[in-house]
Design a protein around this ligand. Structure first.
Ligand code: SF4
Length: 350
């Protein structure tokens, strides 16, 4: 098995059969080995610095009904909210003072949040914080809307495809949603010039090893600048309430595989991983992650943005917990970087 990992580090890809063997035959020793290889690659590219992104959850209203998501339209049991522009700017102000140089505006596909409003909010942040990166994570929009946000000053866009396989996509989403449409959005975002992020849920209902291999090969072709890998975690008010969570082991295995395939990609140690296991953030970093996204949303709204059960948003997962985060990182030999942390284009990733 180690020969596939050495090959992956050297050639940055494997055949589907080699991926299958790695995904199905990975025991604790192999996992330690691949995590170590991936950590070395991340250290070579980023040193021991971890980029921080301030996450602002701007709306928990959504027109969609993804079966796995706690803020889906069909969940009547959550209190909905939408932050005003002033409130978002206030989050940015607090974040800037704390040292954040990337703001991530994340939300459901909120029909009341028009493209004009998003564009104006982006323009205001751009005007007030010219040295900061603006990342949007607001779901599927028209190409024209993506272009407008980009021209207004947004630099990055996160849109996880969740699964490349169309049949599996249908198991996770209602019929009115389309995997093809999601992939078209990703192609548009790349063409427009966004640093683009995509990714998958590990262990989502119905996911097979073959699906994961399709995801690995799709992401290899897309070459996103950011890759988000988190475990599936059930939410009690969704159709998937009774499904088991994805495992930490498979999540960090995939995280390491992606790091070896995409040495300079920005890969977060996700909140979902930190929710699944107490040392998830550290395990993610030691498996090759180089980004964390503390929560910068107003405290009173955080519990309402519950995508899955018990989502972490306090302590080291929060902006006000930066000191705790710094301390945690220090115990594993890392430190926070307050740089913007853009993707660096080099000959190796062109
Ligand atoms: S995953 Fe995103 S698009 Fe789907 S219901 Fe949740 S917020 Fe809406």
């Amino acid at each position: 098995m180690k020969q596939w990992i050495d090959k992956l580090r050297q050639e940055r890809t494997l055949t589907p059969e080699e991926f299958r063997q790695l995904l199905t035959g990975c025991d604790a020793e192999i996992l330690r080995y691949i995590n170590k290889q991936a950590q070395e690659v991340a250290l070579l590219h980023f040193g021991n610095k971890i980029y921080i992104r301030g996450l602002i959850e701007i709306s928990n209203c959504c027109r969609n009904n993804c079966y796995y998501c706690g803020i889906r339209k069909g969940n009547p049991n959550i209190e909905r909210y939408r932050l005003s522009r002033e409130s978002i700017l206030n989050c940015c102000k607090q974040g800037y003072e704390l040292g954040f140089r990337t703001f991530v505006l994340q939300g459901g596909e909120d029909p009341a949040l028009t493209n004009d409003q998003i564009e104006m909010t982006v323009a205001r942040i751009r005007q007030e914080y010219p040295d900061c990166a603006i990342t949007l994570s607001l779901g599927e929009k028209s190409r024209e809307a993506y272009e407008r946000f980009f021209r207004a000053g947004a630099n990055r866009y996160l849109l996880r495809h969740e699964t490349y396989n169309e049949l599996h996509y249908r198991q996770l989403h209602p019929a009115e949603m389309s995997g093809k449409r999601r992939l078209q959005c990703l192609a548009d975002l790349k063409e427009i010039g966004y640093q683009t992020g995509t990714g998958i849920m590990v262990g989502s209902p119905g996911q097979t090893v073959e699906h994961i291999i399709e995801d690995l090969l799709f992401i290899e072709k897309l070459r996103p600048e950011m890759i988000g890998i988190g475990p599936f975690l059930p939410h009690h008010d969704t159709p998937f309430a009774e499904y088991p969570s994805g495992t930490a082991e498979q999540t960090i295995l995939l995280l390491s595989i992606f790091r070896l395939m995409h040495p300079s990609a920005l890969i977060p140690a996700t909140t979902a991983l930190a929710t699944l296991i107490p040392d998830g953030r550290e395990r993610g970093i030691l498996a090759g992650a180089n980004v964390v996204m503390p929560n910068l949303s107003p405290r009173e709204e955080r519990r309402k943005y519950e995508l899955y059960n018990d989502k972490a948003s306090l302590g080291a997962e929060s902006a006000e917990g930066l000191a705790a985060l710094q301390k945690q990182l220090k115990t594993i030999g890392y430190e926070i970087s307050t740089e913007r942390g853009d993707f660096k284009y080099t000959t190796e990733n062109i």
